[in-house]
Design a protein. Sequence first.
Length: 237
Amino acid sequence: MSSTVTFGGFDVVLCGLDGWPADHDESGPPVTPSAPARLEHWLVHSDGRRDPLPVRRWHGAPEPAIESVVARCTGPTIDLGCGPGRLTMALAQRGLAALGVDISAEAVRLTWDRGVVALRRDVFEPLPGEGRWAHAVLVDGNIGIGGDPVRLLRRCGALIAADGTLVVEVDPPGAGLWQGQAYVLSGSSGDGGRQGPAFRWARVGAEAVARTAVAAGLRVADSFRSGPRWFAELVRS
């Protein structure tokens, strides 16, 4: 199974803003619903956890957390699991060479629509500039891609230069390390929801990222927060 084909269930989510529930999240202003019932999406994990998918955030302008990631980048950067490309765009607007990568054709199209470059590719397939990127980034839960964080981080380590960095968004402390199955659930108030296919996924908490990185031949050089969101900056060991 392709490691990032997990986001095949996200193509519906990426098709428009109707996927974001009325109200708001911690990264954006309140949103007024345009219809009484709005389509909502969740990522449901096999351990019972159910996370709302922040669709409006993905489609919107770069939020402060994304700007804090961009501030860590000073050279060519590859955005892995780029989604609709807000981070790729923010990197390009800073004057950096940036490439978005996503398995979803819809995500790649939306990234190009922002005026930046994206490639439809599995992160484990050959990618341009391997071993020469100054930075690689994994945000919005993308450390879960493929369900094996050690394998994914090892792959990312092979993409960056010897003095490069990998910026990874992780779960808050206490989340630990979880690996299992997940699926996308979509629905609106009053219906039973539509379940997408299951795929392998993972979660890594802030307290677990150091040992996960070491197992992948990397180490944590720094960690930082932006509001409620946690990040780690990794380098080669």
